[in-house]
Design a protein around this ligand. Structure first.
Ligand SMILES: C[S@@+](CC[C@H](N)C(=O)[O-])C[C@H]1O[C@@H](n2cnc3c(N)ncnc32)[C@H](O)[C@@H]1O
Length: 263
């Protein structure tokens, strides 16, 4: 996705300060979209101006992670965009599993974990989970903590078919907890995707609904970095409204699914 006019300008100084405190690169983010989140951020801190918000965060830095949640919204769903997961299940995974002894799968911008757990369910159903390493990466500590815990409210479970709920979840204290079978194959890492080190080449990367946060230059850089971490012939999956820069050796092979080709 290319950015709109109004998203190009510099970031509001308070937002820039906050992202920097969170270890992120303010210059990477689209200003317009972020600007619209300031009110939510002030509401969360119960203050009336960015100046008071900064003062409060300087006094109480422990509030930063929850405020970051209001800026970098982590909306996600299990099996989000079903045609994409259908194609992964029926076409991409069978080929990868047939041609490679082990698979590495990364969800870049994993949020609360729905995406990487969806992949883990598909791999378990294919009888291949124990030869797969899965990695969930996000810049928000809260997202990583929630993903690792793997506990979801009933309203988060809409995308999970009853047969999967039965097999991969159990009710715990009013929520649905992911089974140990899935959890044990997944590593979690708090990292900035712009400096991502996936710890080895990946066969499949999900990079969905994250590039929309970045301005053109940094979005392209994030794509290039992820493409570098893909094995030749590996796959990368985008969000519905996203597509990789044309300069990268990626060809579209399915709905929002691209494959790395040799050049
Ligand atoms: C809208 S969610 C997408 C979740 C999931 N990929 C999906 O499509 O359902 C975007 C996620 O990207 C994360 N994010 C934003 N900037 C990031 C960065 N620089 N490094 C790592 N994660 C980032 C946010 O914290 C958020 O959890």
């Amino acid at each position: 996705m290319r950015i709109r006019k109004g998203d190009e300008g510099p970031l509001d100084p308070f937002l820039a300060w906050m992202l920097k405190r969170a270890g992120l690169q303010p210059a990477a983010y689209r200003s317009g979209a972020m600007q619209r989140r300031i009110c939510a951020c002030l509401r969360k801190l119960r203050v009336s101006s960015p100046c008071s918000a900064r003062e409060l965060l300087e006094r109480k830095p422990e509030l930063l992670p929850s405020v970051l949640n209001t800026i970098l919204i982590g909306v996600s769903e299990f099996f989000r965009d079903p045609p994409v997961f259908d194609y992964l299940e029926k076409t991409v995974l069978p080929e990868l599993l047939q041609t490679r002894p082990r698979l590495r799968v990364c969800s870049a911008g994993v949020s609360g974990g729905q995406e990487i757990y969806s992949m883990a369910m598909l791999l378990a159903e294919a009888g291949a989970l124990n030869r797969c390493e899965l990695l969930g990466v996000d810049c928000r500590a809260d997202a990583i903590r929630r993903g690792y815990a793997g506990r979801f409210y009933t309203e988060d479970m809409d995308g999970v078919a009853p047969v999967r709920r039965e097999r991969f979840f159990r009710p715990v204290a009013g929520r649905w907890e992911v089974s140990a079978e899935l959890k044990k194959q997944i590593q979690w890492s708090r990292q900035d995707l712009l400096d991502l080190d996936a710890g080895g080449a990946c066969d499949l990367i999900l990079f969905r609904n994250v590039a929309i946060y970045f301005n053109n230059r940094h979005g392209d850089e994030a794509w290039a970095r992820l493409c570098d971490q893909l094995v030749p012939d590996g796959f990368i999956v985008t969000g519905k409204a996203e597509r990789p820069p044309a300069s990268l050796p990626l060809v579209r092979v399915g709905p929002s699914i691209y494959r790395k080709i040799a050049r």
